[in-house]
Design a protein around this ligand. Structure first.
Ligand code: ADP
Ligand code: MG
Length: 321
């Protein structure tokens, strides 16, 4: 690595704050981290590529926040507590203005969630960002995708579809202020970390929603070897979204839009009461949208009748992924 790149790391990627469990951080060949006794390490990686996962002219601080937030969401889905991250950044040239804005957003989001940046890689090429997030969870308490059982109830931590609407607005260059909350939701996902931790020992299966409820639920179903019955009218939709695009389009965005980063999880009938307490304790929400049944795939119901809900590929941007 050249001296120029070394000074970039020193200036932009060496944060003021760290954590006590970082034995050795940025600067050596590897980081040394102290995993608390009785815990498992949980590791997750996500890459965001310019022109595919974000528009090239995105505000760099917002991009930093989003890159970290989507990785935190994976840890939330595991019921893990985030602790450390590495960042591999590839950029076409050294744009100091861009870098300093990016670094500002990065430091803010790391400080807010108490995550230490402990290393990474800095290379030249088309703009792309890879974060590896690491955290820990008490042994055998992690949330996984493969534990859903017949009869379990299916829940979401919040409304879905808003982020997909925001992406659509960005894609179509919508300028109206009515689109702003949705664009904001798309750019700044809120990882459900408190809910994830509260669901330890309660959720039989869990994951975070990145590709839309309709396809993501399939991952839990396949991993667990079960099917789902969804009550279409119980899927939580933002009333403002319904007002803007109509109920059917809002439902399409909820099922196929993606990037909501809400948690999707299942809970046995006997744990429903504990779930309500745990959610109230952490100020989180759990909205029941259906039930796990025998078989495979998802069936949709309205007023007790099975209905056909075809998910149109609403999200054009995603077709490039
Ligand atoms: P090496 O050549 O040993 O792979 P590098 O020269 O790439 O290491 O990086 C030097 C140090 O700076 C390492 O500790 C590495 O983890 C850290 N680092 C490099 N790029 C970044 C980055 N974008 N963010 C945080 N730390 C980084
Ligand atoms: Mg080295």
């Amino acid at each position: 690595m050249s001296t120029g790149e070394f000074s970039i790391i020193e200036r932009f990627f060496t944060h003021r704050r760290s954590r006590k469990d970082v034995v050795l951080g940025v600067g050596d060949d590897g980081a040394i981290l102290a995993v608390p006794e009785g815990h498992h390490l949980v590791v997750s990686t996500d890459t965001l590529v310019s022109g595919i996962h974000f528009f090239a002219d995105i505000c760099p601080a917002k991009l930093a926040v989003k890159t970290v937030a989507v990785n935190l969401s994976d840890l939330a889905a595991m019921g893990a507590e985030p602790a450390w991250m590495t960042l591999a950044i590839t950029m076409p040239d050294v744009d100091e203005g861009w870098l300093s804005e990016f670094a500002r957003g990065l430091e803010q989001v790391c400080d807010y969630y108490g995550v230490a940046l402990v290393g990474g890689d800095t290379t030249r090429g088309p703009l792309s960002l890879t974060v590896t997030m690491q955290g820990h969870v008490p042994i055998n308490r992690a949330l996984r995708r493969d534990g859903a059982k017949i009869g379990d109830w299916i829940y979401l931590t919040g409304a879905v579809g808003d982020s997909g609407a925001g992406l659509q607005a960005l894609y179509q260059g919508e300028q109206g202020s009515q689109w702003q909350p949705f664009i904001e939701r798309h750019l700044t996902p809120k990882p459900r970390l408190a809910a994830g931790i509260a669901l330890r020992g309660i959720a039989s299966a869990a994951m975070d929603l990145s590709d839309g409820l309709g396809s993501d639920l399939g991952h839990i179903l396949r991993a667990s070897g079960v099917a789902a019955q969804l009550e279409v009218d119980q899927i939580p939709l933002n009333p403002q979204l319904i007002e803007l695009v109509g109920r059917e389009q809002a439902l399409q965005l909820a099922l196929g839009g993606g990037e909501d980063y809400e948690l999707l999880f299942t809970v046995s009938d006997s744990d429903k009461g504990t779930l309500a307490t745990a959610m109230a304790e952490t100020g989180s929400h759990a909205i029941c949208i259906g039930q796990i049944v025998a078989g495979s795939g998802i069936s949709y119901r309205r007023n007790g009748q099975e209905v056909d809900v075809s998910i149109s590929g609403y999200n054009h941007f995603k077709e490039n992924q």
